[in-house]
Design a protein around this ligand. Structure first.
Ligand code: MG
Ligand code: MG
Length: 249
């Protein structure tokens, strides 16, 4: 069932979103060669808990860390470890924040030091694809317009669209209805209503869209080992458009 949030719930989600954004900004300052993903995990955990919130991912279906850290060909759900970041890597950081029972979900892919041109193309256009999707959001519009816009933009920039993983409703649960695919046909799917909150999250690749899961049962990798990027915002549907809850306003 798709939930419509009332104004009290929206206020709580805005705070969850703000803490999420602040955590990204904090981690961004620490992303450099030599840093371990475990250090980033600890920083995120300490900041989120200092804000009277908890980490949505910690123990979620058994996930063993506070954030997901996915490097290079890892698409999503990478587990923080003592592995050090290297110059030329990219790292996708996915953060979930639970503030008084309401979740925000936001991911960004960051360059580590200097990255090559193909990878830079991937980051720039995956971020842009996210905003192409978000621009479609408005009460009365059909859900699949979001995925259609993302897919169209990704294909125009020669990027693979991961289809086995999708965005989702978010609120009292981290993952709620509806699914929000990163592909689809315009003017199909459910009609968006004001008060819905959804996580839009294109996962694009420099090569194939095919993925597999590692033996740790979490980390998802591209089949051709080419890099993948992941950008995600939690977005509120409004009568005249949208409000990004995990951004800087
Ligand atoms: Mg996420
Ligand atoms: Mg998500």
């Amino acid at each position: 069932m798709v939930s419509i949030k009332n104004s009290r719930e929206i206020e709580l989600m805005k705070i969850a979103g703000k803490i999420n954004y602040e955590t990204h900004k904090l981690l961004q300052k620490h992303i450099k060669p030599g840093v371990t993903t475990k250090q980033l995990d600890t920083l995120a955990h300490d900041y989120i808990t200092s804000q009277d919130a908890t980490c949505s991912f910690l123990n979620y279906e058994g996930f063993p860390a506070s954030i997901c850290t996915s490097i290079n060909e890892e698409v999503v759900h990478g587990i923080p470890s003592f592995k050090k970041l290297k110059n030329g890597d990219i790292i996708s950081i996915d953060i979930g924040v639970n503030y008084k029972g309401y979740h925000s979900d936001s991911a960004w892919t960051y360059p580590v030091g200097k990255i090559d041109e193909e990878v830079s193309h991937l980051l720039k256009h995956t971020e842009a694809a996210l905003y192409e999707g978000i621009k479609e959001v408005k009460a009365g519009v059909r859900l699949n317009n979001i995925g259609a816009a993302i897919e169209k933009y990704a294909l125009a920039h020669n990027l693979g669209v991961v289809k086995e993983l999708v965005g989702h409703g978010v609120g009292q649960k981290l993952h709620e209805d509806p699914d929000v695919p990163n592909y689809g046909k315009y003017n199909t799917g459910m009609i968006l209503k004001a008060g819905m909150t959804i996580a839009i999250e294109p996962m694009l690749t420099s090569g194939t869209e095919k993925i597999y899961i590692l033996d740790d049962d979490w980390t998802i990798i591209t089949r051709d080992n080419k890099p993948a990027a992941h950008f995600e915002h939690t977005v509120l549907v409004t009568e005249d458009g949208y409000k990004i809850l995990t951004g800087d306003e």
